[in-house]
Write a protein that binds this ligand. Structure first.
Ligand code: ZN
Length: 492
């Protein structure tokens, strides 16, 4: 995901004491039975900028999720159904499929029932503290074959932002619903690549997928979801509303809801920017959209065009400064004011994740540096392009400061999240890792370096990047062996 950096311990204390003053009232609504809704043909092309329309053909084997969320009036109970078409894109047959049930390790609870494969009931197995659903196949699913999975689910949302920064929580009048559906894990050279994510880092390692999501929610809330809200499908009946989103290719589907949201908008080069926040944050939200517009121009020019026709921001009470989702970014409400010292860097950092994490994916648990260190370096490029050498020096000092807080220890940048302490994760992955790219640029020279990042992004767009693909892209540009540089900085 997405984590930028933890607020200072002073700020955390401030947040904790401040937030604890608020009492949460719990109500217990009648359970609502979910139903699978028929799906009209979606229009994914309208969510992509013209240069990316061709990707729809290339990703025709990507998983296709059809999901319905029914959010109870208390905003704490969510029921739903999911139908997903999965194609085996591996070179070997598969005897089972594995899906993540993240609510079960994020402080809430998710129950899955009525699991079917091609319409036939199956008995799934559970693992990793019930955060993994394993569905066996009656016979091997051969390469290029597809299956349809279906299931219903019920989720109880935690009313606290203590776990994983509140990515999934109802708190302070905001429902943040990250990773709240059974999500197919990635099958790579490790097989089904799954683990319980450490609290320090991001949760998600996912392939590009398509989503058609219907949200049935109380009419009192404004909904914000990944992808395009399809207005022709909107319904409002009595106290309820129904909204449909179409998203893809994306790595995840995120939803937020709050009665307090107003929307502030800006257009830039064919992309609509929106910020959802309470109206007392309007000045900060509009300033954030200016920064986002400049970030899109800078990163679009330096790496690859931004792929979507929309980029949205939403204020939430999360413990971290910002969290990236595809085409949608959560920003902690505590920094949304124009003179906040964290706001500009947080917006630039999270926008950069649209290239490093979403467009080029990576295993965020095993190789977090591939998105976080690159994103910090992209933020350095933002400050350089926007403010010249003075801007560069300012943000570079921040990177150096992070590393110096752990005594400039020579800890490798390329470790899995689980091998770092919290302080090391910040100092190495968010500090030293970005400085590695400065060293690499010195080695390659500026022009070759710029071409290297472009080629890394464009050759791995919509797929998964690895440390080795990044190294090869750099070596191709310099025609040199970078083993020693990777030994000094990256490799364990
Ligand atoms: Zn980040």
């Amino acid at each position: 995901m997405k984590r930028f950096f933890l607020l200072s311990s002073l700020a955390l204390l401030y947040l904790t004491s401040c937030l604890l003053l608020r009492q949460q009232a719990e109500s217990k609504p009648e359970p609502i039975l979910p139903t699978l809704s028929p799906t009209d043909p979606p229009d994914f092309e309208s969510g992509l900028t013209p240069e990316y329309h061709g990707i729809l053909q290339e990703l025709s084997d990507a998983s296709f999720y059809s999901i319905e969320f029914i959010i109870a009036d208390d905003l704490v109970h969510v029921s739903g159904s999911e139908k997903v078409i999965y194609t085996n894109t591996e070179e070997v047959g598969l005897s089972e499929i594995q899906l993540r049930l993240f609510p079960n390790i994020l402080g809430g609870k998710m129950l899955v029932e009525n699991v079917k494969v091609n319409g036939n009931a199956v008995t799934p197995k559970y693992s990793l503290n019930n955060s993994l659903l394993i569905i066996p196949f009656e016979k091997s699913l051969e390469p290029k074959e597809n299956i349809t999975l279906s299931m219903v689910f019920n989720i109880t949302i935690p009313q606290s932002v203590e776990l994983n920064y509140g990515v999934q929580a109802y708190y302070d009048d905001v429902l943040a619903l990250a990773h709240a559906y059974p999500m197919i894990a990635v099958n790579d050279d490790e097989g089904w690549n799954v683990e319980i994510p450490p609290q320090t880092g991001d949760l998600i390692y996912a392939d590009m997928s398509f989503f058609v999501v219907t949200v049935d929610a109380p009419k009192t809330v404004t909904l914000v979801g990944t992808g395009r809200e399809v207005s022709s499908h909107a319904e409002r009946n009595g106290s309820r509303q129904k909204v449909r989103y179409e998203a893809g290719p994306v790595r995840d589907f995120y939803l937020a809801a709050s009665p307090a949201y107003e929307v502030f908008t800006k257009e830039v080069n064919g992309v609509t920017l929106r910020f959802y926040a309470p109206d007392d944050l309007q000045t900060g939200a509009e300033y954030a959209l200016e920064v986002a517009a400049r970030s899109l121009e800078i990163f679009g020019g330096r790496y690859a065009p931004f792929p979507y026709t929309e980029l949205e921001f939403v204020s939430t009470p999360t413990y971290v400064l910002g969290i990236e989702y595809p085409g949608l970014i959560a920003i902690t409400k505590w920094i949304i004011e124009p003179d906040n010292e964290y706001l500009e860097a947080t917006i630039a950092h999270e926008v950069a994740h649209q290239w490093f994490y979403n467009l080029v994916g990576n295993d965020q648990l095993d190789e977090p540096w591939l998105d976080e260190s690159l994103t910090q370096f992209a933020t350095l490029q933002y400050f350089t392009d926007e403010y010249g050498q003075a801007g560069k020096a300012g943000f570079r000092a921040d990177l150096e400061d992070r590393w110096s807080r752990i005594g400039n220890e020579i800890i490798p940048v390329g470790l899995p999240v689980r091998d770092y302490s919290d302080a090391e994760y910040s100092g190495i992955v968010y500090g030293r890792g970005a400085l590695f790219f400065e060293a690499l640029r010195e080695k390659l020279d500026e022009e070759a370096f710029d071409t290297f990042i472009k080629s890394y992004v464009q050759n791995n767009a919509w797929g998964i990047g690895t440390t080795e693909t990044l190294r090869t892209a750099a070596e191709t540009q310099c025609g040199c062996d970078l083993a020693y540089l990777f030994e000094d900085w990256i490799y364990p």
